[in-house]
Ligand binder design. Structure first.
Ligand SMILES: Cc1ncc(COP(=O)(O)O)c(C=O)c1O
Length: 398
C-alpha cells in the first residue's frame, strides 16, 4: 500500500473532538450529555446576518476576490477603527475562518524547522497548524496559580534562538480565559522588536472581556507595525462558527503580499458567508452588551460552583468563555472518558475536554480539564451538580 506522509502521521488528534465516539455511544444509550467541552456558543446569530442571506437574490454563486469582498474589508476596517486600531482595508485578507488565517500566517513567516514560542496551555489546534507547516512549537508554561498570566520575559529570552520566528499569543486566551494587560502586551512587543520577531496575536475572542476590563490588541502599538499579525474571526463574535469567515490583519505589506499568494491558491473565502459577515457588522452594541452580561453571569456561576467542589481549583477567567479547572483526579483523560462510558446521574452526564492536549510539554495538565461556559443557567447548574457527583463516585471507585 502507498505510504502516508510522516507529517500526516504526526498530525495530532483534536483533544476537544477525540471523545466524540464515546459521546455518540452514550447518546445511543439514550443518555443526555451536557457539553462543556466545545466552544460552540448557544447564543443566537444576529438577525441582520441571517436576513442578509435569506433576502439575497444571487443568481450565480461566484468566487469573490481572493482577499474577500472589498466592501466587507472596508466595513471591517471601520469596525477596528472604532476601537482606535489603525487598520485599513489593504491590511486585511478575509479567510475561511480564523483557522485559515493562522495557517496563512504560519505559511507566510516560517520555513520547516523554524520555531514559534507559545505560552501554554494553548488552543490545541495550534499543534495541528504547526505540524502542517513543519514548525516546531516551543512552549512556555503559564500557571493556574496566577490565573495563567504572561510568564516572565526572561523565560521567553531563554527559548529564543536563530530559528525563532514568532511568538504566538491568544488574547483573550482559549483555554485559559486570560486577558493580557496593556503592560504584558507592551513587554512582548519590546521583546519582539529586540529580537526582530513576529507576534501573531489570535484575537478571535476580542469582544469577550469581563468586569469592565479592556482588551489590548497587538494592532494598537504603532512601533510594532512591521511585526504584528492579528488573527480574527466572526465565529465567536457573532456566534457564526458555521459561516467559516475570519481574517488576517497586518500593517506589514510583505506579510500581506505573501499571505495573498496563499489566499489566491485557494481562490476565495465563501461568498454567502461573507454576505452574512458583512451584514453582521451592523449588529448593535446592545447585542454585545447582552452577550457579555450573559457570559459574565455564566462565568460567575461556573467558577463559584466549581470552587465549592472539594479538591477543585479553578482559574477565574477575565475573557473568552473557557476556564481551566484542576480536578482531584490523576488522569483527567481517563475521568473524561469514564464520564461518558460509565457514569450517569438520572441518565445524564457531562462532557469536558481533558487539558493535557492544550499543553505541548509532555505529562503536563494531566489533572486539568477545560470547561466552556456556553450553556444556559439551568443546564450549567445541572452540569456542575453532575460533575460534583461524578468526582465523588470516580474517586470511590479508583
Ligand atoms: C483561539 C482560537 N483561535 C482560532 C479558532 C478558530 O476559529 P474559526 O476557524 O472558527 O474562526 C478558535 C476556535 O475555536 C479558537 O478558539
Amino acid at each position: 500500500m502507498p505510504k502516508i506522509s510522516n507529517k500526516g502521521l504526526e498530525m495530532p488528534e483534536s483533544p476537544i473532538r477525540k471523545l466524540v465516539p464515546f459521546a455518540e455511544a452514550a447518546t445511543k444509550k439514550g443518555r443526555k450529555i451536557y457539553q462543556l467541552n466545545i466552544g460552540q456558543p448557544d447564543i443566537k446569530t444576529p438577525e441582520a446576518a441571517l436576513d442578509a442571506v435569506r433576502k439575497h437574490d444571487i443568481e450565480v454563486l461566484s468566487y469573490s476576490h481572493s482577499a474577500g469582498f472589498e466592501s466587507y474589508r472596508e466595513k471591517l476596517a471601520g469596525y477596528y477603527q472604532k476601537t482606535a486600531l489603525p487598520v485599513n482595508k489593504e491590511d486585511i485578507i478575509i479567510t475561511t475562518g480564523g483557522s485559515e488565517a493562522l495557517l496563512f500566517a504560519m505559511g507566510s513567516i516560517t520555513d520547516p524547522g523554524d520555531e514559534v514560542i507559545i505560552p501554554e496551555p494553548f488552543y490545541a489546534n495550534y499543534n495541528g497548524f504547526a505540524t502542517a507547516s513543519g514548525v516546531k512549537i516551543k512552549p512556555i508554561q503559564s500557571s493556574i496559580e496566577n490565573n495563567f498570566a504572561l510568564p516572565p520575559i526572561s523565560e521567553f529570552e531563554k527559548l529564543i534562538s536563530e530559528k525563532t520566528k514568532a511568538i504566538l499569543l491568544c488574547n483573550p486566551g482559549n483555554p485559559t480565559g486570560y486577558l493580557y494587560t496593556k503592560e504584558e502586551v507592551k513587554q512582548l512587543a519590546d521583546l519582539a522588536l529586540k529580537h526582530d520577531l513576529f507576534i501573531v496575536s489570535d484575537e478571535v475572542y476580542r469582544e469577550f472581556a469581563y468586569d469592565g476590563a479592556e482588551h489590548h490588541s497587538i494592532m494598537s502599538l504603532p512601533e510594532l507595525a512591521e511585526n504584528a499579525i492579528m488573527v480574527d474571526s466572526v465565529s465567536k463574535r457573532y456566534s457564526m462558527c458555521g459561516a467559516r469567515i475570519g481574517c488576517l490583519v497586518s500593517k506589514n505589506k510583505e506579510v500581506i503580499a505573501t499571505a495573498m499568494k496563499f489566499a489566491q491558491a485557494r481562490l476565495s473565502p465563501p461568498t454567502f458567508a461573507q454576505i452574512a459577515s458583512e451584514a453582521a457588522l451592523d449588529t448593535p452594541q446592545s447585542y454585545f452588551d447582552d452577550v457579555i452580561e450573559q457570559y459574565t453571569f455564566r462565568r460567575n456561576l461556573l467558577v463559584e460552583g466549581l470552587e465549592k467542589i472539594e479538591g477543585v481549583k479553578v482559574a477565574k477567567p477575565k475573557g473568552a468563555f473557557y476556564c481551566i479547572a484542576e480536578l482531584p483526579v490523576e488522569d483527567a483523560d481517563d475521568f473524561a472518558r469514564w464520564l461518558l462510558e460509565d457514569f450517569q446521574d438520572d441518565n445524564e452526564t457531562v462532557m469536558v475536554a481533558p487539558a493535557a492536549g492544550f499543553y505541548s510539554t509532555p505529562n503536563t495538565g494531566k489533572n486539568q480539564v477545560r470547561i466552556a461556559y456556553v450553556l444556559k443557567k439551568e443546564n450549567l447548574e445541572r452540569a456542575i451538580d453532575i460533575l460534583e457527583k461524578a468526582l465523588k463516585e470516580y474517586n470511590q471507585q479508583h
